[in-house]
Design a protein around this ligand. Structure first.
Ligand SMILES: [Zn+2]
Length: 111
């Protein structure tokens, strides 16, 4: 499967699971569902959200490399650094393995 396709699928997964969580909250709130079923349904929705977010993060990690702002070196951070690093949509605050400087590294799609 292509990288783009995986990324799109993972985004759809996150959106869908959050929508499911929203629907289950409304159904529970409006007492449309039996409370016990509502709890199970909401818990399952949370599990789906976590799986979808984790999967999306894994796809994003697996398909991206980062460019150091200081020296231009392209590198792949450790999964821990990837998860823990402050980030925006296209940049992540990482330590470059070459010059050992921390900077807001721009994400590039790995070939
Ligand atoms: Zn560097």
């Amino acid at each position: 499967m292509s990288t783009k396709r995986k990324t799109i699928l993972s985004i759809i997964g996150v959106v869908f699971s959050i929508a499911l969580l929203g629907i289950s909250s409304v159904l529970a709130e409006e007492k449309i569902l039996n409370p016990a079923i509502a709890i199970v349904f909401t818990a399952l929705s949370w599990v789906f959200v976590l799986i979808a977010v984790f999967y999306a993060a894994k796809i994003d990690y697996g398909t991206g490399v980062y460019e150091c702002r200081k020296c231009g070196h392209l590198f792949k951070p450790t999964f821990k650094a990837y998860i823990c690093g402050a980030h925006t949509l296209t940049t992540r605050h990482l330590k470059c393995p070459k010059c050992e400087e921390k900077s807001w590294c721009r994400r590039k799609t790995a070939k």
